[in-house]
Design a protein around this ligand. Structure first.
Ligand code: UDP
Length: 341
């Protein structure tokens, strides 16, 4: 059974491709390589022994997208990862984000209707919840959606609405939106992992690059949050646990196990860790003393959020299994392997 993975050479995409192949799915990747490297295909092949089919074009281009689906009439499902994802850049260049992230989704939905591709898994984000009120922590799928803090976050909210409305309008379409908490870590082989371009925005790659000596000092944004150690809390989830959830979602769709045509699931562990907890875990597993300093809060940051994964656990039969130490260790192993090549 063939699954299209858009953005399949990216961070979450590449790990998901490996899990799909392991489960016997044929994978075709479409990726414009805006923020990823073609060599990821070699790494996937090294891990699984199978080179996924690959085409490089921009899904925001309607005629290229239509042409792709006209040529591939054997696709049974789509996992749509391809999107711009830098929060700060989205504030500076909002139209780039709306155009790319929404045009690609609309082109895909139109093609799904026209070429009768029934199943879509969409990568959404816990950013839709903003800072949940105390009574909504841990945050479940029914927590209120808050006004997005950035154009990037807004593209995820609008995308969920576009999917919902399209499914109502185009009969035979199903979708699952997966709202990720904070994906970190890498495949155990250390052949694929997170590869941010330039200075990382996210915590884990900043930690591993600082540990490796590429960055001088990690700035911990905010030491005065109302948390156990004053630093902000997130629900970090191992990338392989996240990848597995995508395979489960695809299987649920193709095996016609969905309870309604648009389902939404939180993907988190259910445990929140502070920035200092993550640093301590990194120091423990790597044996490296991390150079860091606590500075002022980062604008727009949420103080604490973690998932209630009960609904995903019960409905998908999926549970995040890997502990924080496995996340930091695999991220560190990947950083070292990548740098030594
Ligand atoms: N963070 C930090 N220093 C950094 C990058 C991130 O202290 O250089 C903190 C950030 O303030 C937040 C947590 O680490 O509390 C996770 O940040 P990330 O950007 O990885 O994810 P998000 O903010 O989207 O949850």
């Amino acid at each position: 059974m063939k699954i299209l993975v858009t953005g399949g050479t990216g961070y979450i995409g590449s790990h998901t491709v490996v899990e799909l192949q392991k489960k016997g799915f044929d994978v075709i990747i479409v990726d414009a390589l805006f923020n990823s490297r073609i060599e990821v295909l070699d790494s996937i092949e090294k891990i699984t022994g199978i080179r996924p089919e690959f085409e490089s074009f921009d899904l925001a281009n309607q005629s290229l997208t239509d042409d792709f689906f006209a040529r591939h009439n054997d696709i049974k499902g789509i996992i749509h990862f391809a999107a711009h994802k830098a929060v700060g850049e989205s504030v500076e260049q909002p139209i780039k984000y709306y155009r790319n992230n929404l045009d690609s989704l609309m082109n895909i939905l139109e093609a799904m209707d026209k070429y009768k591709v029934p199943n879509l898994v969409f990568s959404s984000s816990c950013t839709v919840y903003g800072q949940p009120d105390a009574e909504h922590l841990p945050v479940s799928e029914t927590a209120p959606i808050k006004k997005a803090e950035s154009p990037y976050g807004n593209t995820k909210q609008i995308a969920e609405e576009i999917i919902f409305e399209s499914i109502n309008a185009y009969k035979g379409l199903n979708a699952i939106a997966l709202r990720y908490f904070n994906p970190v870590g890498a495949h155990d082989s250390a052949l694929i992992g997170e590869l941010p371009l330039g200075v990382p925005n996210n915590l884990m790659p900043y930690i591993t690059q600082t540990g490796y000596g590429i960055r001088e000092c990690l700035k911990v944004f905010g030491g005065d949050y109302p948390t156990h150690d004053g630093t902000a809390i997130r629900d970090y989830i191992h990338i392989m646990d996240l990848a597995k959830a995508h395979v489960v979602a695809v299987e649920r769709m193709v095996n016609e196990k969905m309870k309604k045509s648009f389902e939404i699931f939180n993907l988190g562990t259910g445990t929140g860790y502070s920035v200092l907890d993550v640093i301590k875990s990194f120091e423990k597993v790597s044996g490296v003393k991390l150079n860091y300093e606590i500075v002022g809060r980062r604008a727009g940051d949420i103080e604490k959020v973690w998932a209630d994964p009960t609904f995903s656990n019960n409905e998908l039969g999926w549970k995040a299994e890997r502990h924080l130490d496995e996340m930091t260790l695999s991220a560190w192993n990947w950083e070292k392997a990548y740098r030594s090549n």
